[in-house]
Design a protein around this ligand. Structure first.
Ligand code: F6P
Length: 319
């Protein structure tokens, strides 16, 4: 009997649970044994593995986080760790593994596939930083969370005539900042992919203030600069009191959006079907609303590009 193991790895992302549910239910429907591996590759090396069934995934489609737990594993990067993992998989009779995570997790999945374990990668990260796919599971939920925060901050910003720098996550990728900034009507968006000009930001604050604008929202992607320093500079140059909100890990939690649940359900189902066809070493992606697969390493090699068209629209609309 075929036995599929599944694990979630790296930073958690809303929709991972919906994906776990889809994988487990597709396995049960098709008579495949399915084993949950706790805490990513670390848990795999420790043999933290249990058999799952239909009830193991009841009532989780709407929950953020991952019921399997996640980790960023250092041990699995070593030959010794990988050998241990393969031995454990063999001990548990697991011939195939589905890895839900980002770039690093996909490299781990590739290691398994070259060492004889069939492996499929499903892109799960709020950052949307994987160039081969239009969307990763968790991204749109994080965007919704940020848009909600922008609306709330804008309320209080308007009441006091203040500016606010809102720092969002994304590691090296500006997608959360860009999509949430445009959807939230931010005045300025600062992303790592595009050089920013402080005068452009402060000119907007000053001209907005002259027109009677009471809120000035600046979305700053993490890593581009220090939110507190940026707020200080804006305040000094504009004489508008400018506060800072660092949204942090609030962006990683919460109920997944319908879009993320749909993406997760389709990808989880497809991953099992590919393994049933004895395919391996593949990454799932979405393009033009369709799920597709391609080689794992080719996938991680495709650099993510910011949608500069959206950035230009945001610039024009935020005069
Ligand atoms: O990759 C997801 C992410 O949330 C990034 O946006 C962020 O830079 C990082 O993970 C934070 O990681 P940790 O939760 O390990 O601090």
């Amino acid at each position: 009997m075929k036995t599929i193991g599944l694990l979630t790895s790296g930073g958690d992302a809303p929709g991972m649970n919906a994906c776990i549910r889809a994988i487990v239910r597709t396995c049960v429907y098709n008579g495949i044994r399915v084993m949950g591996i706790r805490f990513g590759f670390d848990g795999l090396i420790r043999g933290d593995i249990y058999e799952m069934n239909v009830s193991s995934v009841a009532d989780i489609i709407q929950r953020g986080g991952t019921i399997l737990g996640s980790a960023r594993s250092e041990d699995f990067r070593t030959e010794k760790g990988q050998k241990k993992a393969i031995d454990i998989l063999k001990d548990f009779g697991i011939d195939s593994v589905i890895v839900m995570g980002g770039d690093g997790s996909f490299r781990g999945a590739k290691e398994l596939s070259v060492k004889g374990i069939k492996a499929i990668g499903i892109p799960c990260t709020i950052d949307n930083d994987m160039g081969y796919t239009d969307y990763t599971i968790g991204f749109y939920t994080a965007v919704e969370t940020v848009v909600d925060a922008i609306s709330k901050i804008r309320d209080t910003s308007s009441s006091h005539g203040r500016g606010n720098v809102i720092e969002v996550m994304g590691r090296h990728c500006g997608d959360i900042a860009l999509y949430a900034g445009l959807a939230g009507g931010a005045e300025s968006i600062v992303v790592p992919e595009i050089d920013f000009n402080i005068d452009e930001i402060t000119d907007k604050v000053i001209s907005g203030k002259k027109r009677g604008k009471l809120h000035h929202i600046i979305i700053l992607a993490e890593g581009v600069g220090n939110a507190y320093e940026l707020a200080k500079e804006v305040q000094e140059k504009t004489d508008v009191t400018t506060k800072v909100t660092v949204l942090g890990h609030i962006q990683r939690g919460g109920n997944p959006s319908a879009f993320d649940r749909l993406l997760a359900s389709q990808m989880g189902n497809r991953a099992v079907k590919l393994l049933m066809e004895e395919k391996s070493g593949l990454a799932l992606g979405m393009s033009c609303n369709k799920v597709f697969e391609m080689d794992l390493i080719e996938a991680v090699g495709i650099e993510h590009k910011l949608n500069t068209g959206l950035f230009e629209i945001a610039r024009e609309l935020s005069i």
